[in-house]
Design a protein around this ligand. Sequence first.
Ligand code: SF4
Length: 470
Amino acid sequence: MHESCGVFGVYAPGIDIARLIFFALFALQHRGQESAGIAVTDGGEIKIHTNTGLVSQAFTENSLALLKGYIGIGHNRYSTRGSSKPANAQPIIAKSEGLTLALAHNGNILNAKLLHDELQERGYSFRASTDAEVIANLILASPGKDWKGKIKHAMRRIQGAYSLTIMTQDELIGVRDPMGVRPLCLGTVDSGWVIASESCALDHIGAQFIREIEPGEIVLIDSKGVKSFEGKSDKKALCIFEYIYFARPDSTIQGRLLYQARQAMGEILAQEYPVDADLVMGVPDSATVAGISYSSASGIPYCEGLLKNRYVGRTFIEPDQRIRELGVQLKFNPLGKIIAGKRLVVVDDSIVRGTTTPRVVSLLRKAGAKEVHLRICAPPIRYPCFFGVDMATKWELIAAKKTVPEIRDYLSADSLGYLSLDGLIRAVDLPSDIFCLACFTGEYPIPVQIEMDKLALESLPQEELSEIKG
Ligand code: SF4
């Protein structure tokens, strides 16, 4: 499953902000590994460096040394829209009629094509193929006497998910879409301010968490301090996968530490799907916490049955299916001496296409596991995501095509238990109506007609399309 980007911003006179952004992006590396970029300004020209690869590969001492300024934004990218070509790296800079802004985006815009074509007709040029460029040009093209006015107007036109950090020549701006699909938080660092996708980025750079930016809110930071402009939010739809998988366990979203939410997922899985077994293990790293708590709740000892090669990166960074399949073997090494002859409970975060899990089961069996009982920290994913998670089209989702017993057989598992939706909500311990649960329920927080038309154009089988349209 693919997530789409980490964003960061800082307004801090007197600090080496390029290095600060670099380390914040390091902390947000899990949100995107295709490219990274930093843009800064000292009130004059905007300086920018973007590059493909991990944060550690994208910058050098020299490139950071050139990024002098007191306002800056940064971005880690995983592409959901637009290819992974270097031109799609963010932040992007857009200019029009004497105005300049740099922008970094996490999310997915449903009506991007429509807005892109309209802006192109009006003479706005596009260098890349990202939603970020559409949003930036839309802000420039929108009426309004100041940035706040322009952004507010643009927000009325954009449909979809967006958490943004924006830099003008004298302001840092944070924006979250009215549904609040992707997280965004505000903090302080020394006498300055920071905005980040996740609170873990603040911790690493010694910043203090102040609060989350609310759905629909615009936060504007300049020499006079912070101003907040609350927007209209009819329907909140925070992506619940932030709790299951995307965000780091040491981040806090909506006051809930993700580590604790994942602990509760493991506990509830143990209650919902008990089994006689010898050892419990979590698939590292995203299911480790849930695996340990399944073990405590069930009384079955925990073990590290799979060792992860941490330097290979996440399997999903490989956009090619053949490489992705190889990636599982490159990534995990089973501990044969520990698991041979044992009945294993294997806790994993989710099953999307069902391409990775059978390879994990096969690795464990080849290493001598006697039984493999899969426990999954999410309900079956039956519907695609249109809000920035590149998980698959509906016809690629294994749970859209098969029943749970059929999936169990397909995965060659001895048993399979998916956390119930009710169990998931209890684990997260927040009101269910603040979440997007669409990939489990098919109930999207906004209409997805535009995206479905795109799917039709991409030759989705007609029967599948009718089923999605329901
Ligand atoms: S559809 Fe699923 S993955 Fe996408 S935003 Fe909603 S909960 Fe998250």
